[in-house]
Write a protein that binds this ligand. Structure first.
Ligand SMILES: Cc1ncc(COP(=O)(O)O)c(C=O)c1O
Length: 452
């Protein structure tokens, strides 16, 4: 299944590994582990180094050559960022990341138009920085509608239409969800917003560089982008703000008026240069990366599902970015599994896999995961045998043979056994089966989130 990476990058990867040091995104060969979060691409670091060492001018100082060099590097980066979303470079404002961009978009638009419009629409599954920005606005007297999502994690467009009020100024819906990878119908949302003359903001931190985006075709008025989600540096990002028709935003920061007065503060030249390079690379390699990551994701899910019964993949099986997989394992206590998988999983329960992850690392992660889930289920079963259920003396706990076989063989007395269907509704486990502790974990509690 292997997709051949361009020769230049293979050579680069080899170099980084040979040196025995992880300068960049190359995954560790030493432990064969899948512990590989979004990393900086070594080519991004190369682009940044001259601006960390030689070119130290302030990009906003117009009176000397040092400033011009930095300014021209900053403008090239702006062009690279604009290009990946088909925007005009003048519509790109550099920020410290998607958190700041989301704050500027939501609070900035709401406050600018507050004399006429006091209502905002978002969804219940947005990133915390969007939800908290909305909460802050509620405290200022704005009204916010938090749209629910359907079982597949996607909003119902009828709910959106119904939520629109005469005083709605902004709709904010993320492009790709950071927990379950589902794609919201961004083009349809853009169309609805534009027909109601409402601004549309999307948090595209998980989408830019991963899927093709065109702010004009999709009728997006504001978009948040993060550098470190595309193998660029941390601490840098951008907000796209449409110029025609012009979207007005009240700046959050007072100061020197940089970035068209919308984001005061000196732009960090090395970071934006790296961010620009990361965008250019992502644009060039998007098709390749997408194909390769899809294959790795399929490998991971297929192997886990083949070996462990009662695993549910959350989120829509089709409308999704393949690199973000979210699995729920029934009959295992979440905390225990996370502890057992500490070597490959991060504390949040995410297995980071990305541009530099190998098949070997995926297999290693899968093997660990299968082993630990089976072990923990076995342990719970043995504990339950020693602690009979007071209300249900006859309830039969699963045998290891049960556990190894498909979910259809699960004894009825366990609980409502979840289907193995990937789009099945996660089934919270009721009180009456608390004695069957294999079933203790509510299935909608995520404990395995694979971000590729
Ligand atoms: C969907 C989404 N929005 C916003 C953010 C915050 O981005 P940043 O770290 O650039 O502030 C993240 C980062 O995890 C994200 O996944």
């Amino acid at each position: 299944m292997w997709v051949q990476r361009p020769a230049a990058l293979r050579a680069l990867r080899g170099l980084v590994v040979c040196q025995g040091r992880r300068l960049s995104g190359a995954a560790t060969q030493q432990h064969g582990s899948g512990k590989n979060k979004e990393k900086r691409d070594p080519r991004v670091l190369d682009s940044m180094l001259p601006y960390l060492v030689h070119y130290y001018g302030n990009p906003h100082s117009r009176t000397h050559a040092y400033g011009w060099e930095s300014e021209s590097a900053m403008e090239k980066a702006r062009q690279q960022v604009a290009s990946i979303i088909e925007a005009d470079p003048r519509e790109i404002i550099f920020t410290s990341g998607a958190t700041e961009s989301n704050n500027i978009a939501i609070k900035g638009v709401a406050r600018f138009y507050k004399s006429r419009k006091k209502h905002i629409i978002t969804t219940q599954t947005e990133h915390k920085c969007v939800l908290d920005s909305c909460r802050a606005l509620e405290a200022e007297g704005f009204n916010v509608t938090y749209l629910p999502v359907k079982k597949n994690g996607i909003i119902d467009l009828k709910d959106l239409e119904n939520a629109i009020q005469p005083d709605t100024s902004l709709v904010s819906v993320m492009t790709v969800n950071n927990e379950i990878g589902v794609k919201q119908p961004v083009s349809d949302i853009g169309q609805i917003c534009s027909s109601h003359k409402i601004y549309f903001h999307t948090d595209a931190a998980q989408a830019v560089g991963k899927i093709p985006l065109n702010v004009n075709d999709m009728k997006i008025d504001l978009m948040s982008i993060s550098g470190h989600k595309i193998y660029g540096p941390k601490g840098v990002g951008a907000i796209y703000i449409r110029r025609r028709p012009r979207v007005r935003v009240e700046p959050l920061q007072s100061g020197g008026g940089q970035e068209r007065g919308l984001r005061s503060g000196t732009v960090p030249t090395p970071l934006v240069v790296g961010f620009g390079a990361a965008c250019e690379l992502a644009q060039q390699e998007m098709t390749y990366d997408h194909k390769r990551i899809s294959l790795l994701a399929d490998r991971l899910v297929t192997k886990i599902m083949a070996e462990i019964p009662d695993v549910v993949m959350n989120g829509d099986p089709v409308d999704r970015y393949p690199g973000c997989i979210n699995l729920s394992f029934a009959y295992v206590e979440g905390e225990s599994l996370l502890m057992a998988l500490k070597e490959v999983a991060l504390s949040s329960g995410r297995f980071g896999i990305g541009r530099f992850t190998t098949e070997e690392e995926v297999d290693y992660t899968v093997e660990k995961c299968i082993h630990q889930v089976k072990r923990l289920r076995e342990m719970r079963y043995n504990q339950d045998k020693r602690r009979p259920c007071p209300g249900k003396p006859s309830a039969r706990a699963p045998t290891s043979a049960d556990l190894a076989s498909s979910s259809s063989s699960a004894p009825e007395s366990w609980t409502e056994t979840p289907s193995k269907n990937s789009d099945a509704t996660p089934t919270p486990v009721g009180e009456d089966i608390c004695s069957i502790t294999f079933s203790e974990l509510p299935l909608n509690q995520t404990i395995g989130s694979f971000i590729l």
